[in-house]
Design a protein around this ligand. Structure first.
Ligand code: DGJ
Length: 545
């Protein structure tokens, strides 16, 4: 064989091996392919259409079991479920996994996947889920102090026995999950701790904490900052820059004096602690793990909100201190979805929303977050509660479930998502040679909401599947198309209602006449959900008659 032929064969073999090994990846993995994050189960991409259970709902199967069927009917494919340390290890070193087992079995019965939330050392700043044998031994498991220097039910991040106990329990949990789930892979990911955050001061104040605070910033953090100097988030970089990018000095001298530096300090030790817990777990069973953050209200300073959690201003510190974690995730109980999602997609952070206040806006936000941010998934909080937001959400999830194979297998040239209300009523995006203008349905004079004081929050997702074809799903939106070449006029060749069953396309109505405003736009009315396949055609703008 010639040398040239030899190398062709080698290239083909390597290619075949690459394709083969990709198809055979086993386990649950989080990858980024062409900057598109994907959660893979045995190599098959999965989109989380989720919901998080209320805090106490998974402590009793009698309470939880009857509610799961409804979640499946709402087109959820995943539930986010707490694992309570106090119930799992009520006696030191004696682990009881019966609740975990029952939850996994019940989820399987309803074809639901699970993201477990480890309610370990911290849950919303507090340590309320730690076992009583820890809570009652303040010497072995030191607590933090409040502003009157009285001990509070928040364990100190500097408690070495606390960390060891958490690592041991979490490792035992992961070992057990592996034992019972490595084949089925019902459990997709783990959230390590829950909304870590220091209160009521920005950092711990104690003899131990002060010794660390007055020492040099650890070289692990400084090396990371130096290496990533050009890509640090601007608000963090600015603090360091003001101190002339100081190295080898104390926290105060490196980042300046004040609560913002206190927060950086505390964030570093929270990140290290969480990393150690996650690492202990991953050594037993390596599936993706993340931490979640309580977002602060505007204008509040560290300490006035649970500070030093995985928040945008300290995301570099968390990424440096907790490289074992796959993501930093925001919990939403405020309306500024775009603002915070933009912050959380910096530094290559994959977006996943473990908690979103469960109201009627969730139905539109699911489209926006998945379509625009290519998020791994979406999950309103207290999903099992009686809530009139359940129907709209289930309709959006129904649409997203049908589109999932196309979304996750990246069968699109461009994808985007839209979130509209009265204040943000229009949005534009360029896809290929077309400019799409997406508007709230109430911008149409004949819309039933047009004259209302408040408009519903609406949204949709658009996938450009070929140069002139689009798949659009959503509710309460109107889309028009324009060719970026001004010499051409773009019109709708066909807008067909479609649905997908097991990946097979089923054609519905041809949406012409009133439904597409006699060819002028594609529309999904408020209160109606669906998918339309839109084909465009172009003609010359000027015609000589
Ligand atoms: C955020 C927390 O992470 C949840 O566990 C829950 O406490 C909600 N806040 C509010 O109910």
């Amino acid at each position: 064989m010639s040398r040239k032929r030899n190398s062709i064969v080698l290239v083909l073999l390597l290619f075949a091996y690459g394709a083969f090994s990709q198809a055979n990846v086993s386990g649950v993995q989080l990858i980024r392919s062409h900057d598109f994050p994907q959660l893979l189960i045995n190599g098959t991409p999965f989109l989380i259409l989720g919901g998080e259970l209320g805090n106490s709902s998974a402590s009793s199967m009698g309470y939880l079991s009857p509610r799961l069927k409804h979640l499946q009917q709402m087109h959820l494919n995943t539930i986010l479920v707490p694992v309570y340390w106090e119930l799992m290890e009520s006696e030191e070193n004696k682990f009881d996994f019966s609740l975990v087992d029952s939850i996994i079995a019940a989820a399987r019965k309803h074809e639901l996947k699970i993201v477990f939330l480890w309610f370990g050392t911290w849950k919303n700043s507090m340590s309320c889920y730690t076992p009583l044998w820890m809570k009652t031994n303040n010497k072995r498991f030191p607590r933090t102090l409040d502003s009157a220097a009285r001990s509070q039910e928040i364990f100190s991040v500097f408690g070495t026995a606390t960390l060891e106990a958490d690592k041991k329990a979490f490792a035992a949990l992961m070992r057990h999950i592996k034992e019972i789930d490595v084949v089925d892979k019902t459990v997709l990911m783990m959230q390590v701790e829950n909304e870590i955050g220091m209160l009521p001061t920005a950092r711990e104040v104690s003899k131990t904490a002060d010794i660390f605070f007055n020492s040099k910033v650890p070289s692990q953090l400084m090396d990371y900052l130096q290496k990533n100097k050009n890509s640090l988030v601007p608000e963090f970089k600015e603090r360091w820059e003001k101190q002339n990018f100081k190295q080898g000095d104390t926290w105060k001298n490196t980042f300046g004096e004040g609560v913002l530096t206190d927060e950086i300090f505390q964030a570093w030790y929270y990140a290290k602690y969480t990393n150690d817990v996650a690492l202990a777990g991953k050594k037993e069973y390596n599936i993706p793990m993340y931490v979640n953050a309580a977002l602060p209200r505007p204008g509040k300073l560290p300490g006035q909100y649970p500070s030093a959690g995985p928040l945008p201003q300290v995301m570099d510190v968390w990424q440096a201190g907790a490289p074992v974690l796959n993501m930093l995730a925001p919990d939403f109980y405020n309306p500024n979805t775009k603002y915070w999602c933009d912050l959380y997609t910096r530094n290559n952070n994959t977006l996943f929303i473990p908690e979103m206040q469960f109201d009627k806006t969730c139905a539109a936000k699911a489209f926006f977050i998945i379509g625009h941010y290519k998020a791994l998934g979406f999950s309103p909080f207290s999903i099992e509660s009686e809530n009139d937001a359940a129907i709209p959400l289930s309709k959006s999830y129904g649409v997203l479930q049908q589109l999932t194979p196309l979304i996750v297998n990246k069968q699109w040239l461009n994808m985007d998502g839209f979130l509209l209300d009265k204040q943000n009523r229009n949005s534009t995006v360029k896809m290929g040679r077309y400019n799409l203008s997406v508007s709230h349905e109430a911008t149409l004079s004949w819309s039933l909401e047009a004259r209302d004081l408040v408009w519903s929050t609406t949204g949709g997702i658009v996938l450009q599947t070929s140069p002139d074809e689009f798949l659009i799903g959503g509710s309460g939106i109107v889309i028009t198309f324009e060719n970026s070449d001004k010499d051409l006029v773009t019109n709708i060749a066909a807008a067909d209602e479609v649905s997908y069953e097991n990946g097979k396309e089923i054609k519905g109505r041809r949406m012409n006449g009133d439904q597409d405003h006699q060819g002028r736009h594609v529309r999904f009315s408020i209160g109606e959900w669906g998918i339309q396949k839109v084909k465009l055609y172009n003609s010359l703008a000027t015609i000589e008659n």
